[in-house]
Design a protein around this ligand. Structure first.
Ligand code: ZN
Length: 890
């Protein structure tokens, strides 16, 4: 009874507190609003911060504002999410500006050209401020702040800042970059809702079930996707940013509820291609925000946690097109109310208010500095053109062994505003002869710093920062590296790139960034094929064959190389015989190959000059694989999402995603392949036995990253190897307590031997932990050596670069257990790009990256790392596709 009363009292106190914070703050105190402008409450039924506005309601409110003020706004739908939801941006400006939008856009483009004669345009153009919200769907307050920003800019009267913004700026508000993720959050939050908002951080309404609302439909972190451009949401956004060329871009996020507010200047390390002028602006915007936050009594921090190094964030990608790009972070109520550790209450409304305040202050600061920002933007683009002075003038991308991959890289660059040309004829660069079809990327272009970021083999971190991280590592403190330290696209695509010191003078044509295919590799297929076709294996061929198999076309795969009509075809070449195949196979295949940029070589006979015959037992018959993918906890949602995306969308392979809880009791005999994304599984003994039986009966098990560690554990007993500890000894199950969490504690060491008086006490040794996992890598690129005689490596050469992160080291398989298809190179050749701790190198070198272990009639394919990393790891994605497409045929 007493308890009930106490709870009631606490509850009343809570309600008072919420009410107090609401009335004490308000979005913009003392502002007078035009009553004719529709409020959020009038349109959707709640005021800003009272409720978490749903994606549908956001769309409705934008339309209401646009309907009310068609001559002061423009509403543009720029993309559609995977789940079919619209993505919009709303332009807000004065009537005069909105009436001349096309002219303004043309002026901004001229400015972005960096041409000297465009400099005069700074006199009358508005400064473009792009406010991005909610790229992470569970970072909820920014989208409601966005709606408040739009209302405020349209409705505030006699407000000096708003008048200034309307006169000198064009504000582009993207209220919701990830509608699918937001909808997921809203649904689970509502489902867990108490009668009154429950501030308990662990309550159901705050605690999101797998996969959470952060990601989009394919579970991608879209704040890492800007240069990878794998998701339609990002593709649309990049396309429209290249129409407007904003000078200021802010990406508004949320962080943990116990924090305060973060804005620029960013933490170290800074990407070295960010200019001093941009850094000066970080400081200027930071100071202006700080002054406003002080005025309103909002705590904040700068220069901590959030760095500006990786060029694929929403804030950083625009930086390399010349914008002042900044991330803002608000402590998240992750619902309507959140009890912080210090006992205070964080409400949703407070989050909305603080984001709103930072966004409007930023727009006002930009408007106040309109001309200087435009001038600096023009100078940035102009100076980028002059950038090519340091030796390299052009990057050249020859078609190479897999023209589809080179073409894919070239298109990816062109789609993000980088000038790429294609040589119409062969030419020489230095003493190197390059064929027609070579792509040319000049460094002397307005986006030159983006070119350097994406194509240079390495972007260096500040040395002092690295030294500090080494010190922290020695002390066993967590490092401060926020994201991966390597992303070089030619390395990760394993596409050759030639740095040329001279601008080439060859005849070229422009590359159409929106075209499906780039290189027209299928051109050779014009000749009639009386007998069939050969498809040299590669990324394009893998996609084409997956689709052909789905269409019922019979395809074979040569496990060894051969020569036909004088041309050498490597192992992995696919062979399609027309006779006895489905009706119209030839025509259909030509169409499919064209779509995938796959080369199709017509043949009139099967005679091979050397190597294996096309009717050899070493030619496998492929089948359209029936693929199961483990879904839901305990899989890593990123790994599961990447795998699903790469199979379904990149290679067109049908996948059945199945919750791991269901999978445990599922009879898999109808399926050929099971993919276990990264995760620490806990299948019971019965499920494990059935899994082994299924493999022995012919199944292909593919394990990724942590799933491979799980498969190697003694009690799982699938993969016949061990993961290694920091000292190179096997990580065994007796340290069970340590293995799940990534924490290294381990079993207590027996008491040390009695002190030896002759030997002085070694303090450093005494404090060194026992049984530690290898040092954690933030994300770097390492070289692996491929076993070219194994079918898993079809379409790749002897050496590729792979993304490595975390702390997994696998002892190579013994000869009697299986084959190590990809092995890390020796120490002196190991690191291709990024930061790898000195002491971690010998541990990784010569250890296994990709293992193939036969088991009965089936087999296990185990990747030490995730081959589908952010869906930009082209070369390793092909290894993964090979496992799934070619595995069942072997
Ligand atoms: Zn975020």
């Amino acid at each position: 009874m007493i308890e009930t009363w106490v709870m009631k009292l606490a509850h009343i106190a809570l309600i008072c507190l919420v009410t107090a914070t609401l009335s004490a703050q308000g979005l913009a105190p003392n502002t007078t609003y035009d009553p004719a402008v529709p409020t959020l409450e009038a349109v959707v039924g709640h005021a800003p911060g009272e409720e978490i506005t749903t994606p549908d309601e956001i769309g409705r409110y934008l339309e209401a504002l646009n309907r009310h003020a068609p001559d002061e706004t423009r509403l543009v739908r720029y993309a559609t999410s995977w789940e079919g939801r619209p993505l919009h941006y709303l332009i807000v400006g004065s009537k005069e500006r909105i009436a001349r939008l096309d002219e303004i856009r043309e002026g901004l483009r001229a400015l972005a050209s960096g041409r000297a004669d465009a400099a005069s345009r700074t006199a009358d153009l508005p400064v473009v401020v792009w406010l991005l919200h909610g790229v992470h769907g569970n970072e909820i307050s920014s989208s409601d702040a966005a709606l408040a920003e739009a209302y405020h800019l349209l409705a505030a009267r006699n407000d000096a800042d708003v008048d200034l913004i309307r006169r000198d700026a064009l504000v582009i508000i993207d209220p919701m970059q990830n509608p699918d993720g937001r909808q997921r959050f809203v649904t689970t939050n509502l489902l867990g809702r108490a009668a009154e908002p429950d501030p308990e951080p662990q309550s159901a309404e705050h605690d999101e079930p797998w996969p959470g609302g952060r990601s989009n439909h394919y579970l991608f972190d879209m704040n890492r996707d800007y240069f990878a451009l794998s998701q339609p949401e990002t593709q649309g956004r990049v396309r429209v940013m290249l129409e407007w060329f904003p000078q200021v871009v802010v990406d508004l996020h949320e962080m943990g509820g116990n924090s305060t507010y973060y804005f620029a200047p960013p933490a170290d390390p800074l990407n070295p291609l960010i200019t001093p002028a941009q850094q000066k602006w970080f400081e200027a915007f930071g100071r202006a925000n700080a002054a406003q936050f002080d005025r309103r009594g909002f705590p904040y921090f700068v220069r901590e946690v959030y760095d500006s190094f990786y060029p694929g964030y929403g804030e950083s990608w625009p930086i390399f097109h010349g914008a002042v790009g900044m991330t803002y972070e608000q402590a998240s109520a992750r619902g309507l109310a959140f009890r912080r550790e210090d006992g205070t209450l964080l409400t949703y409304e407070m989050g909305v208010t603080q984001h709103f305040t930072a966004a409007i202050t930023t727009a006002a600061t930009a408007a106040r500095n309109r001309e200087r920002l435009l001038r600096d933007f023009h100078e940035y683009r102009q100076s980028a053109i002059a950038l090519a002075d340091n030796g390299t003038r052009e990057y050249l991308i020859p078609p190479g062994d897999d023209p589809s991959r080179a073409a894919r890289l070239a298109r990816l660059l062109a789609r993000q505003g980088i000038e790429v040309r294609r040589a119409d004829e062969g030419f020489k660069a230095g003493d190197r002869s390059l064929p027609a079809g070579t792509f040319i990327v000049p460094l002397a272009q307005p986006a030159g710093r983006l070119v350097r970021n994406l194509l240079d083999p390495d972007v260096k971190m500040d040395e002092a920062f690295i030294r500090e991280q080494e010190r922290r590592r020695r002390e066993r403190l967590p490092d401060q590296i926020y994201d991966v330290t390597a992303w070089s696209l030619p390395l990760i695509f394993d596409v050759e790139i030639v740095a040329s010191e001279r601008a080439s003078s060859v005849r070229t044509s422009d590359l159409d960034p929106q075209a499906d295919t780039g290189n027209g590799g299928a051109a050779a297929a014009q000749a009639p094929a009386s007998l069939g076709f050969l498809l040299p294996w590669g990324s394009g061929a893998a996609g084409a064959v997956a689709e052909a198999l789905k269409a019922g076309i019979r395809v074979h795969s040569a496990d060894e190389g051969f020569t036909h009509s004088g041309r050498r075809f490597p192992a992995g070449t696919a062979f399609v015989r027309v006779a006895g195949n489905v009706d119209g196979a030839a025509g259909q295949l030509q169409e499919i190959a064209r779509r995938h940029d796959a080369e199709l070589v017509p043949i009139a006979d099967t005679w091979t000059d050397d190597g294996i015959s096309l009717g050899s037992g070493r030619v496998a018959t492929l089948k359209s694989p029936r693929v199961l993918l483990a879904w839901d906890s305990p899989t890593s949602s990123l790994s599961a999402g990447w795998a699903r995306y790469v199979l379904e969308r990149r290679f067109g392979v049908r996948v059945t995603a199945m919750r791991t809880s269901t999978l445990q009791n599922f009879n898999m005999h109808e399926y050929d392949v099971l993919v276990l994304p990264s995760g620490s599984y806990s299948f019971n003994e019965d499920a494990l036995r059935r899994l082994r039986d299924w493999i022995r009966g012919g199944g292909t098990l593919v394990t990724l990253a942590e799933a491979s560690r799980w498969a190697a554990r003694d009690r799982t007993n699938l993969l016949s190897t061990d993961t290694l500890l920091r000292d190179g000894t096997p990580e065994r199950d007796q340290s069970e307590g340590a293995s799940g969490s990534g924490n290294q504690g381990g079993a207590a060491k027996p008491d040390p031997a009695k002190p030896d008086p002759a030997k002085p006490f070694d303090y450093d040794e005494a404090i060194t932990p026992e049984r530690e996992r290898p040092e954690n890598l933030a994300g770097a690129m390492l070289r692996v050596r491929l076993d070219r005689t194994h079918w898993l490596t079809a379409g790749l050469d002897e050496e590729i670069q792979v993304v490595v992160e975390g702390s997994r080291v696998f002892a190579p398989l013994k000869l009697d257990a299986g084959r190590n298809v990809a092995v890390y190179q020796p120490v002196d050749r190991l690191v291709a790009s990024g930061h790898v701790w000195e002491e971690a190198r010998p541990l990784l070198s010569q250890r296994a990256y990709l293992m193939h272990q036969p088991m009965g009639r089936g087999h296990i394919v185990a990747f030490a790392e995730d081959p589908n990393y952010r869906a930009f790891a082209e070369a390793t994605e092909l290894l993964f596709a090979n496992a799934v497409l070619l595995g069942p045929g072997h």
